[in-house]
Design a binder for this molecule. Sequence first.
Ligand code: GLU
Length: 334
Amino acid sequence: MKALSGLLAIGLASLFLFSPPAAQADKTLIIGTASSAGVYHVTGRTLCRLLDLPCTAQTSDGSAANLQAVRQGEVTVALAQSDLQYYAVSGTEGFRDAGPDASLRSLFSVHGEPFTLVVRRDSGIEAFDDLRQRAVNVGNPGSGQRATMMTLLEAKGWTLGEFSLANDLPADQQSLELCHGNVDAMVYTVGHPNASIEQAIRLCDAAIIDVSGEAVERLVEEAPYFTRATIPAGIYAPDQPAVDTFGVRATLVASEATPPEVIHTIVAAVFDDLEHFKSYHPAYGDLTAASMITEGLSAPLHPGALRYYRERGWIEAEDAMEDAAVDDAVEDAG
Ligand code: GLU
């Protein structure tokens, strides 16, 4: 009896924890996305559409801001790049001051996000190293592209001072800035095809170019969350060649305080009919359940997600991968 009332108390407490104060009254599920120009916002809106619940896809500054919002209980779930998920769990890179987030949980990963360098064709920039002394939009603070750019610069031994101008406009404004000639290049860690990149290429004679070289090789070799990535030929224009770069995966994360039943409902909405989910954006084209529940996840799986994967027989009941993953992440971080 005592145990039962204890359980009940925990259940009630978690119900209150699930919603941020602003959403407490109407229990609206809030999904943190990024700028309206990206695939995260499409993903958030798709999830809301598939869920039979009050739900809002909320734009934000991006991955780093989302991880902070999850930690502070301001959103129910959020999208975040796999590199930043790793840094949040281990309290490294941009999360050094905040420290390791032991309450962060993962649900699944979504599409791949190549680190994309877009340049004005008339700028003469043909490789990443040509960005020296040029005007570059490096992304707004809080965004994933800003964080990935800083990691690449650090690997190269560069700082923002290497550029003649380092602009920090958000993704939904940078294409226009490139079009107006105020910057020569911009970076975006995003799924393809992406509408704002398409706009830059079509309206402003921009091009996407390779991001390669020794520093990129090292990042891919050393970091579990970075992989080689190719943007396929011809997806933006008939003459657009395949572009080689490196990339991460988009992932969906939540706090351990979000009740398992809420997470179970979200996960079921995606995986009960994965082909239907995939029909909402071409960036989801290659997704399989097997890769989505294993790749890019440094935080332990949320118990609500784990329950669903076990029900489907995708993860063995005794599988301890959720503990192993976080141990690895923390260990690697030293
Ligand atoms: N990867 C980007 C970021 O964190 C967002 C990309 C998108 O909106 O699809 O911040």
